[in-house]
Structure formats: C-alpha cells, structure tokens
Design a protein around this ligand. Structure first.
Ligand SMILES: *Cc1c(COP(=O)(O)O)cnc(C)c1O
Length: 368
C-alpha cells in the first residue's frame, strides 16, 4: 500500500481544529433512544412549515427541471428582494444558507495574520470559519448575556478585518437597539467590515430594533445577513443572503462559488417573500409558546434566558448533555449549550403547544 505524508500536508490551524459532529437522522435517533415520536426542538426550525406559496412551488416543481443548472446568481430572487428592501439587485448575494455567505465575507477580506472579532457565546460558525481558514477569532465575553460593544471595540487592531454581531443574539435573545448599533458603527468609522447577522429579524417586534438593511446607505462598511431557514421554514433547502454597499458586495462576489444555490430553493424563497400572514401566525405561535414555557419553568423553579427569536435558554441543575440524553428518551430533542460555552444550559426552540407540553412533561420527569 502507498502511504501519504499527511502530517506534512496539513496546515497547523487544521491540525488544531476539531470537526463539528452533526446530529444523527431522526430514524437513527429514534432507534438509539427508543422513542417512537421525536419533537425536534434543537435547530430553531419553524413548525408551521414553509408558506403556502412556497409549498405549492415545491409540490408542483417539474422533475425534469432537476437536470438544468439553476440561475448562477439567483437573478429573479435578487430582483424581488431588492425591490422589497429598497436596494439595487447587485447589493445582494444569495448563498447556500446564511452559513455559506459567512465564508464569502471571510474569504473576501481576510489574509494571513488577520483576525475577526465576535462574542464568545453566539452563533459559532463565524468563529469556526475564521479558525479553519487560518485566521484568529477574538471572542469577547457577553455582558449581561449581550454583545459587549465597548469591549469589542477594545479588541480591534490593525489586523482586524471583520466584526460579527448577531442581532438578536442566538442563543441569548438579546439585541442592540438602533442607537447602540449606530454608536458602534460610528466608532468603527469604516475601518472594519461590520456584519450584522439578522437570521431572526422577522421574529422581532420591538420598536427600537434596528433594520440593518436600512442603515447600509449611511454605513457602507455594514453587511447584513438574512436567511430563509428560520421564519420562512426553508432550512432543508438551504438559502440565505447578504446585503451591503455596491462596492463592498462587488468585492465579496469574487469569492462566491456559482451554482451553490439550487433551483428549488430559489423559487421557494421567491414565493415566500410576500406572505405577511405567515409571519403574523408564526409570531403568535412563538409568543404563546414563550408564555407557556416561562410560566411552567417558573413553576419548576428553573431560570430562563429569553428575549427575541424563536428560542429560549434554560439553566438546569444537571449537565446539559445528560439532560439531552434523558429528554431524548421521551422523544424531545433540545440543543445542549456546552458547545456554546454555556455549560448546564439547554436551548429550546419555541414550537407548537403539543411540543411545548411534551417538553415540560419530560423535563419534570428527568428532574425528579
Ligand atoms: C440558523 C442561523 C444561521 C444560518 O442559517 P442558514 O441560512 O440555515 O445557514 C445564521 N445565523 C444565525 C444566528 C442562525 O441562528
């Protein structure tokens, strides 16, 4: 057998990076944990499913079209989004989920020796992409569960290229209001790219919550992420996008791999954007679920961290990984938070009443 000098081939930063282990498929999990039904409350999916129009697109998709490449730049979707958001279509880049556009931005601006800044307890993909690409991720601790603007500004140096803000933050649900975001952008003063990840934008109803896309005109270093995975329930089709200043997006576009967004995702997303009723219905479901969980966990004497978005965090008097396994045996899947640096916390996706009740019942059992 031939050998390969693997150790000589691997960059140092890859040697030190541990691969993320995705959860197993539902059928495998059900066998493993011996549960007949599984409530997936781990990924902030929308239990109402895609909008009616998107469901029709999916149902009626002509199978022969699977043989034809999709639009390489999501042409029609960008035009529609641009119209809706008051942008030029070329200010938008569509990716295979917001996850992919994270890689676009990092590739476009970082080179050897550079760093990015984000929080220590936030969506982890910014940190991971930076690190497995060989760039330093400077992780600033949250303050009162919120992104700490002053401390983040203090971490900036001449090698800092991008600052990632998750607004509202996954998993804590905290957010910067418009005044705070503007103050931050004013202080950065165009020296770095500031990414505001608005994956949960459509869930937020607070008056002082900033619409990042409307700030792009004033702050050309601002790049905003949105996704169709959460509110629009197209997570399985993988589609999200970024918006920014024309000149900035022209740079980022150079790093896009063409055809990464499939035709069905593009068409389902296009069909989704006008459905305000879907948003209203989902918001109602989330606010009812949040109320139910808050009340029940208060009865159980467990602290919750809850703000915006379709999720909340719960602090347990036991290890989160143990709680995960025990909850799984009752058919309830939550997200362990040790990986987010919140040991003993779980994150729960707010879902339909039946799922919320199943969670509360299972939780009471595992605590006794
Ligand atoms: C879910 C999520 C994403 C990624 O969404 P995809 O479009 O499915 O890749 C990005 N940012 C945050 C904060 C998220 O929670």
């Amino acid at each position: 057998m031939k050998t390969v000098s693997l150790q000589n081939l691997i960059p140092e930063y890859i040697k030190q990076f541990e691969a993320y282990i995705p959860s197993k498929p539902d059928d495998v999990l059900k066998d493993l944990f011996g549960c007949r039904h599984l409530f997936r409350l781990n990924n902030n999916e929308n239990p109402l499913g895609p909008t009616a129009a998107a469901q029709a697109v999916i149902r009626e998709f002509p199978p022969p079209r699977a043989s034809v490449y999709p639009s390489g730049d999501a042409f029609h979707l960008r035009c529609r989004l641009a119209e809706k958001l008051g942008l030029h279509p070329d200010q938008i880049l569509v990716g295979n989920g917001a996850n992919e556009v994270i890689t676009f931005v990092i590739k476009a601006f970082c080179q050897e020796g550079d760093n990015i800044i984000t929080a220590d307890k936030t969506f982890a993909v910014y940190e991971w992409v930076a690190e497995f690409s060989g760039f330093q991720a400077r992780l600033v601790p949250l303050k009162d569960f919120m992104f700490d603007d002053e401390a983040m500004l203090g971490q900036i140096d001449e090698k800092t290229k991008i600052i990632f803000i998750c607004n509202p933050n996954n998993p804590t649900g905290t957010y910067w209001n418009e005044e705070r975001l503007r103050h931050f952008l004013d202080t950065v003063n165009g020296r770095q790219i500031v990414v505001v990840d608005e994956a949960y934008f459509e869930f937020v109803e607070e008056d002082d919550f900033p619409d990042g896309i409307r700030l792009i005109k004033e702050y050309p270093n601002l790049v905003v992420f949105r996704t169709f995975s959460k509110m629009y329930a197209l997570a399985g089709l993988r589609i999200g996008y970024l918006a920014g200043d024309l000149e900035v997006v022209d740079i980022i576009r150079r790093t896009c791999v063409v055809y990464s967004v499939n035709v069905l995702a593009q068409e389902a997303a296009l069909a989704s954007v006008d459905d305000q009723e879907h948003i209203t219905k989902t918001r109602k479901l989330v606010s009812e679920g949040r109320r139910l969980i808050t009340r029940e966990l208060d009865n159980l004497g467990l602290p919750v961290v809850s703000g915006q978005g379709n999720y909340m965090m719960i602090k347990l008097p036991m290890s989160d990984t143990l709680a995960y396994r025990r909850l799984m045996s009752y058919g309830v899947m939550v997200r362990t938070m040790t990986g987010f640096r919140f040991p003993n916390y779980i994150r729960l996706t707010i879902s339909i009443r039946q799922a919320m009740e199943a969670f509360v019942e299972a939780l009471s059992k595992i605590l006794n």
